[in-house]
Design a protein around this ligand. Structure first.
Ligand code: ADP
Ligand code: MG
Length: 597
């Protein structure tokens, strides 16, 4: 029988191997930037055409290559950076696998122009359709970003022979965003290097060489007024440096940077350690803008885990976790919190903190995300806190329940108190009730069950977006209008909000509008209003502006709140899962006074 296994032709094998390193234009840009950085460049320029699909060109003023090195550079496992197994334990360069250039050559048309200090002229390496596939020649090219030595790498027509890959590429703006993200990451790791990104003739980024803090401000912040907090810590051979843009948060981890031994990585352990203590500071679903620089002896780190080298392994991971976690905790407690986050409405619910005082009916069908563990333990721990039978209650409507309820008054300006049939007390948390009502109102607007109501802003709020996403933002304007946001594009990178939906109100408005724009950018090429997550964001953001506990209510307000709550689809919880209604039976009160045992 003939053998089933055959060795793949070299060209096919090359393409398969390249797939591991190159997924999209940004992967090429990352590899080329790393090569320029390893070649000690101080200026790097990236030029894209069509989001990198037709052209990616990276020019640097680094050391350049000799003719002999240039000839070797596109071969697999050809590297100047390591030579022995020992070197692998002590890597100080970004590259070392000798895979980037051959991979780029396998998936696009590669051309390299390079000149080192000794050479008389520049040399060009170009592709040929026949073996040996690469040829070189001397050319007339004197300048590399103003320097007499350096390298230009051009990758044209990405995936032109691999349609299966080509069709997975995203829209132009999304590919540019990925390139921008990688450029920003490396720019944060190497602030002394200038980076310029040009796309279809337009300059998207232009970072001049600067110190760490100003580079971080340039990349992370749109406003100079946001304070950048720095704190550094050391333990044995481990060094940590943290930069936190205080008071700035966003709904995803896009502005969370991890730089380990000058290498940009994405590590779960580091992320968890960084975010651990921010839970107390930021609203659920919000993430900080923070940069972590971690330096440790190379032998404590394995960077050879994945071809793209963004994954790493630590020798002493729990020590590193603890060090980062405690450093962040210290930084937060020493430097204080942004004022708006301290606001009472983000405090953990206290509803169950004194369980001995009452028994409660809960509608447990609803999601008690915030309190379930809390309630669970208190039930089980406290004998006096009996769980009442809920079975009959779940189906009965709030309207039925409240038909004969008498409003008695308000407790602590926070809870509305009702008496029902001389049998029980009903407590409504006015803030939770209001949140629920606003949430459902917006939901109805979005589902076109109710017309949008807008309120004009006295001063328009400006929110910036990355310029390559302008078209996307423009396209979302009609959908925003449908919900009640009056917006207008201003210049190349600003969305002006002139009016907002009435249920939104003004509280921490800027932050919430920024979150909204972040979400708009994330959702690509689809109907905005069909996006469940976006809707949740818009609607639950509305809740943060609801009547707060502590505001005294008039009797008419109570009636109207109750009426609106009764008409809600789910009146039993606020949209964050806290209960709106609590019931205390009279028998329980009688037990407290020992009238009945
Ligand atoms: P690696 O970076 O892992 O060594 P690459 O395939 O990315 O592998 O590059 C191969 C070699 O080509 C590098 O080791 C380096 O010697 C040379 N090289 C690549 N890009 C540049 C550059 N921009 N400037 C100088 N030398 C370069
Ligand atoms: Mg490399």
């Amino acid at each position: 029988m003939l053998s089933q296994i055959k060795i793949l032709p070299q060209l096919l094998a090359e393409k398969i191997a390249a797939g591991e390193v190159i997924e999209r234009p940004a992967s090429i840009v990352k590899e080329l930037l790393e090569n320029s950085i390893d070649a000690q460049a101080t200026e790097i320029q990236i030029v894209l055409a069509e989001g990198g699909k037709t052209l990616i060109e990276v020019t640097d003023n680094g050391t350049g290559m000799s003719l002999d090195d240039l000839k070797l550079s596109p071969q697999r496992h050809a590297t100047s950076k390591i030579g022995t197994l020992n070197d692998l334990e002590n890597i100080r360069t970004l590259g070392f696998r000798g895979e980037a250039l051959p991979s780029i050559a396998a998936v696009s048309q590669l051309k390299i122009i390079s000149k080192n200090t000794e050479a008389q002229s520049s040399y060009e390496l170009y592709c040929t359709p026949f073996p040996p596939y690469f040829e070189t020649r001397a050319i007339n090219q004197g300048h590399f970003l103003g320097s007499s030595h350096g390298t230009i790498v051009k990758s044209e027509n990405l995936f032109f022979q691999i349609p299966a890959r080509l069709k997975f590429l995203k829209s132009k703006s999304s590919e540019i965003s990925h390139v921008r993200e990688w450029t920003e990451k490396l720019a944060i790791a190497y602030p002394h290097i200038g980076f310029k990104l040009i796309s279809d003739g337009k300059t998207i980024l232009n970072f001049r060489p600067e110190d760490i803090s100003s580079r971080i401000q340039t990349v992370l912040s749109e406003e100079d007024t946001i304070p950048l907090i720095h704190s550094s810590h050391e333990l044995d051979d481990f060094k940590i440096s943290l930069y936190w843009l205080q008071g700035h948060s966003l709904p995803q981890t896009r502005k969370l940077f991890q730089i380990v031994n000058k290498r940009v990585v994405k590590d779960r352990l580091l992320q968890q350690a960084l975010l651990f203590n921010f839970k107390q500071v930021l609203m659920p679903g919000q993430f900080p803008a923070i940069v972590l620089y971690l330096d440790l002896p190379p032998a404590h780190l394995d960077v050879n885990v994945h071809p793209t080298k963004t994954e790493i392994r630590f020798l002493e991971s729990s020590k590193i976790f603890r060090l980062i976690e405690s450093s962040v905790s210290k930084m937060i407690s020493e430097q204080g919190h942004p004022a708006y986050i301290k606001s009472s409405q983000f405090d953990q619910p206290q509803t169950y903190s004194s369980p001995t005082y009452f028994s409660a009916y809960f509608n447990r069908q609803n999601n008690f995300q915030n309190t379930s563990t809390n309630t669970e333990t208190l039930y089980s721990q406290d004998q006096d806190f009996t769980q009442l039978d809920l079975s009959g209650e779940q189906n009965s409507s709030l309207k039925n329940l409240m038909t004969y309820a008498q409003y008695v008054g308000s407790l602590f300006n926070t809870y509305m108190v009702f008496e029902l049939n001389g049998e029980e007390i009903i407590l409504l948390d006015q803030h939770a009730v209001h949140e629920r009502i606003r949430y459902e109102k917006l939901k109805n607007i979005i589902h076109k069950l109710a017309p949008a109501e807008s309120q004009a802003l006295l001063l328009p709020e400006a929110v910036h977006f990355p310029i390559e996403t302008k078209k996307q933002i423009e396209q979302s304007i009609p959908a925003l209008k449908q919900i009640g946001f009056e917006t207008e594009i201003f210049g190349e990178n600003t969305l002006l909000f002139r009016a907002i939906p009435t249920p939104w109100e003004n509280f921490a408005l800027k932050q919430r509008l920024q979150n909204l724009v972040e979400k708009l950018i994330e959702i690509e090429n689809q109907d905005l209003l069909l996006d469940h997550e976006l809707f949740e964001k818009i609607a639950s953001d509305a809740c943060h502006s609801a009547v707060r506990a502590g505001d005294p209510l008039k009797k008419e307000q109570v009636c109207s709140l109750l009426h609106d709550l009764e008409n809600c689809e789910n009146p039993w919880n606020c949209p964050h899962g806290r209960p709106t209604v609590l019931r205390i039976p009279k028998t329980r009160i009688e037990q407290w006074f020992q009238r009945k045992i």
